[in-house]
Design a protein around this ligand. Sequence first.
Ligand code: NAP
Length: 247
Amino acid sequence: MSVTVVTGGSRGIGAAVVRRLAAAGHAVCLSYRQDVDAAERVVREVVDAGGRCAAVRADVTSEHDVEGLFRTAREELGVVTGLVANAGVTSPMAPLADQPVAALREVVDVNLVGPLLCARRAVQSMSASRGGGGGSIVLVSSAAATLGSPGEYVHYAASKAAVDAVAIGLAKEVAAERVRVNAVAPGIIDTEIHAASGAPDRVRTAVGRIPLGRAGRAEEVAGAVAWLLSEDASYTTGAVLRVAGGM
Ligand code: NAP
């Protein structure tokens, strides 16, 4: 049985990943930061459909919370075999010179330190040399990592470029431990994240920039994540899979 931890699984891309993995037979432990109602709705949906799912309030920037997340997953669902480090934030769009310093720090903390803490904890459980049975990690990056997001949030783009570097380096570091590490880089996906950056209409206003002519759906990212976690991707590690409509 695959047991997979999905951070930020209460909404958006993370919730779609939870549903998709549960349908593929994973037991899923999702985390969220504050929206307990949204988290419980996702759990209920999975359980009603016959799956196994638990939710844990855990801020990915807290080592203590990340430890609690993995401990609960182990106790309630079984040995953890997968991690989807999805939780992430943007900040209100502005050129770097106008960004509050607190916004820069929060984005780097959630989007880079968070995945580092979660991947570190996952590797401790999964590594063959530490008694683990191997596993698979998928980091949710962004097409912004290579586009740079000028005038919007270059700090967000930088945090995601660092996530790509984590996927490449950690994949090499733990390949002999039977742990695969990959990243998915979504383009503009229809979720609530855009409202938080002050652009609730982004999925419509940005269409002209997307070669496929539309924003993506969270389910389309979830499919790529599920593939990277699956045995079909058994020879894929260190990859950054772009799911961005051609951006
Ligand atoms: P979203 O709809 O805003 O959902 C974010 C999720 O992350 C929520 O479950 C939220 O929980 C959780 N979260 C936020 N901060 C957290 C923290 N410190 N600790 C734990 N959980 C936290 O975002 P989304 O659009 O699905 O984005 C998911 C990922 O995809 C992010 O990494 C984002 O950067 C990336 N991405 C998104 C797009 C896009 O266009 N949507 C494009 C490229 C990349 P609460 O609700 O409880 O706060």
